[in-house]
Design a protein around this ligand. Sequence first.
Ligand SMILES: *[C@@H]1O[C@H](CO)[C@@H](O)[C@H](O)[C@H]1NC(C)=O
Ligand SMILES: *[C@@H]1O[C@H](CO)[C@@H](O)[C@H](O)[C@H]1NC(C)=O
Ligand SMILES: *[C@@H]1O[C@H](CO)[C@@H](O)[C@H](O)[C@H]1NC(C)=O
Ligand SMILES: *[C@@H]1O[C@H](CO)[C@@H](O)[C@H](O)[C@H]1NC(C)=O
Ligand SMILES: *[C@@H]1O[C@H](CO)[C@@H](O)[C@H](O)[C@H]1NC(C)=O
Ligand SMILES: *[C@@H]1O[C@H](CO)[C@@H](O)[C@H](O)[C@H]1NC(C)=O
Ligand SMILES: *[C@@H]1O[C@H](CO)[C@@H](O)[C@H](O)[C@H]1NC(C)=O
Length: 488
Amino acid sequence: MEKPIIRNCSDQFWFVILLFFLLLSVLLCFDYSAFYDAPNNGFLFSVTKQENPFAIAGNKTSFNPDPCKSRYIYIHELPRKFNYDLLEHCEILTRGTEKANMCPYIENLGFGPEIENSQGVFTNSSWYFTNQFMLEVIFHNKMKSYECLSNDSSLASAIFVPSYAGLDVSRFLWESNEKVRDSSGRELLQWLASKPEWKRMWGRDHFLVSGRIAWDFRRQFDNASLWGSKFRFLPESMNMSMLAVEASSWKNDYAIPYPTSFHPSKDAEILQWQSKIRKQKRAHLFTFIGAARPELENSIRGKIIDHCRNSSFCNFIDCSYDGSEKCDNSINVTKVFENSVFCLQPSGDSYTRRSIFDSMLAGCIPVFFHPGTAYSQYLWHLPKNWNKYSVYIPVRDVKEWNGNVEKILLRFSGQEISAMREEVIKLVPSIIYADSRSKLERFEDAFDLAVKGMLEKIERVREMIRNGKDPALGFADEDHYKYTFSNY
Ligand SMILES: *[C@@H]1O[C@H](CO)[C@@H](O)[C@H](O)[C@H]1NC(C)=O
Ligand SMILES: *[C@@H]1O[C@H](CO)[C@@H](O)[C@H](O)[C@H]1NC(C)=O
Ligand SMILES: *[C@@H]1O[C@H](CO)[C@@H](O)[C@H](O)[C@H]1NC(C)=O
Ligand SMILES: *[C@@H]1O[C@H](CO)[C@@H](O)[C@H](O)[C@H]1NC(C)=O
Ligand SMILES: *[C@@H]1O[C@H](CO)[C@@H](O)[C@H](O)[C@H]1NC(C)=O
Ligand SMILES: *[C@@H]1O[C@H](CO)[C@@H](O)[C@H](O)[C@H]1NC(C)=O
Ligand SMILES: *[C@@H]1O[C@H](CO)[C@@H](O)[C@H](O)[C@H]1NC(C)=O
């Protein structure tokens, strides 16, 4: 998303008006500071003083004296066992069922090893072999260079909890004793609740980030045969928010994009990439990269694969068994996406896939079959009018479904396709995590949008408290309709 243009200086008349209000408000400020020194009311008036005296001029953003107002974030200093120690002992972390070691992915602030030579698949710099589970590390590092950090938690609008919750729980997810799975999360919550910051809003201004899907923390009952930890059902956790690559259906979980391989350090690198994928020749009408899910009864994957195999317009890359290596490699995967007009994104083990973002990054128009794959997830990052950037083929009942993907996609005209692809290309900055070692000037990245979204949610809770309402109302409720077809 492009940043809104803040100043509009061409009009001299407005400039004079502005000058007048500036003078006026300097006077106002003097008034305020007289009150401000009153010792007993220090805190109260510091709030009042921050209220923008220029607001009468009509445009809050343009004349805001403190660009960080309402955006300050305080980073909790956690015991190292909840973050840094996990990286130091990276050999104990797993990527899931396969036991491959996570250590190589930690370098470069969590982006992983830099890709030196992509044989023309990528642009020349800022591409990495990034692992999705490193999102917590990437986010933490980006937060460390966030422009509105505050050392003083009492001035901060939000409290960031830099725990690597997903990496932590991954050590125990395959552990049969469910109490062991919950233990580290429980300790973290005890620590948080013992801090003075907790009592201010009972945790409702606290948030953390997970590179694993939120369901991994949503075990509803104490039954060892059920999946996951119950971290997010513990009482303190219910008062907090979590950002994860896939949200659960509870309202205090929010979805943010999976990390891709692209972490540009300047605007120009984004523009260069956009122009490369805009010019790309695309030999295939549609592509599916993935594996079947025969063990999942209601999985659409099998049908999609049959369909793809039958169609001369489809390019199917099989990731099952020996194919998994090839599908893990960003260069190979992106090469395929760059060569296709549409990319099929059926759900797999969970609703979402990293592949959504890898394919969009390559300028491939996504095709979704379920609202939970993207539309009801990435509300801060993907636009509401989904038909502009994607194709939706709702499959309410997999067994009954006999839709013809090829026929549906062949119906789009060249012009319609170009327009949709342009929308996808425009979304590139919003779905990437830019390099935290520098700052983008013109674009807001996935981190910026996530922080903005989170701050707005917390502000709404604060507003409820100010209005004497119970902040617990609706905060952590289950949304039974979130992943149904009723809204889409
Ligand atoms: C005031 O802000 C609005 C929206 O934020 C913008 O459209 C408008 O151009 C701004 N006006 C001035 C005078 O900057
Ligand atoms: C990218 O790198 C290649 C090989 O090192 C070089 O030939 C090419 O000019 C570079 N392109 C840009 C845009 O820097
Ligand atoms: C926080 O405080 C430390 C030491 O008091 C100081 O070095 C650092 O610059 C401060 N950071 C911010 C963001 O104010
Ligand atoms: C745990 O879940 C399994 C499978 O759902 C069920 O068969 C079993 O009875 C449950 N055990 C307890 C103690 O609830
Ligand atoms: C959660 O917030 C409520 C207020 O809404 C508070 O009464 C409760 O004690 C909090 N829970 C914990 C564990 O702090
Ligand atoms: C694929 O082709 C086979 C043989 O022509 C046919 O039986 C099957 O129904 C087709 N599958 C799909 C999904 O089109
Ligand atoms: C990428 O694809 C090429 C050609 O298909 C293959 O030879 C190579 O092994 C693949 N690389 C990886 C890392 O899978």
